[in-house]
Design a binder for this molecule. Sequence first.
Ligand SMILES: [Zn+2]
Length: 325
Amino acid sequence: MVGDRILPQLLNRFGLARGVSILMYHSVVDADLPFRNWCVLSAETFRAHVEFLKCYADVIPLSAVGKRLAQPSKARPAVVITFDDGYRNNFDVAFPILKDAGLPATVFLTTGLIGTKEMLWDSRLYLAIASARNPSIRWDGVNYTLTGAQEKAHCFTALKAWLKPFAQDQFEEKLGQIIGQLDTDRDGYNGLSRSFEMLWPEQVTEMVDSGLIEFGGHTHSHSILERLDQAERRHEIETSVREVARLTCRPCRSFAYPNGKREDYTTDCLDVLRDCGVEVAVTTVEQPATGSSDLLELGRYPVGVGTGLTRLRLKVFQLEQFLRR
Ligand SMILES: [Zn+2]
């Protein structure tokens, strides 16, 4: 479309996009999911994003951000593609699309889950709701019907938000109770689980060998760092960084804070990251990386199911926060 081209061309001409836009993806799947999950994009949508980025931006590796910020170019906006958690669909679906386009990306690994059959808690909740035999559940005084895709999506979003604040020890218990109430159909659960499983070590190796994909740490157990004591925080970061180095056979220089808001990590995490040799760390604070940013607290733009090309353009050209002001 002509309109797709005009805005990028104008913005490029006047050099309006400053700094680097770091995009945060999670999952890309080529299967139809039973209901909407913000973190899971279709292959078709991701391919459209990649084609747009290839046309209108300099997609650079995360490891090149420091250099780009020191030597900014006004010709085209700079973008970094990142994926959080380490889902197997990053290899199965996103990686071939990136390879076709020749674009780099960074995947942040929850290292304790790599090469295991375990899944992150929100994947388990999604699968349990998707394959629930009960037509409704009542939780914390609220009734949730599960008869259609919209109702299931609403239940998933609400229960995910309800569970998130709990400390780890209470969390598994609550999640187990919810899953128990849903009365999961095991065959349905297993049939859908492929879209939510985590990477295997040999897939990490193949992605590293392509020269396009870098890997960073994302803690070992996806703990929200602020909720841990200092020794636990150090352990989570150090283990994750060490495991990424082992899996990739190269030093781990990047990290993403789980959940990633300013209140989700503490300043001593930055000292631990420096001790581990990490040079770039990313948050989920929605702002571009600029010359004045701390490289261990770079903002990112979340990209999900609702991020069409129009919204992606706003993120790439850093207009979204300008419009919010
Ligand atoms: Zn994560």
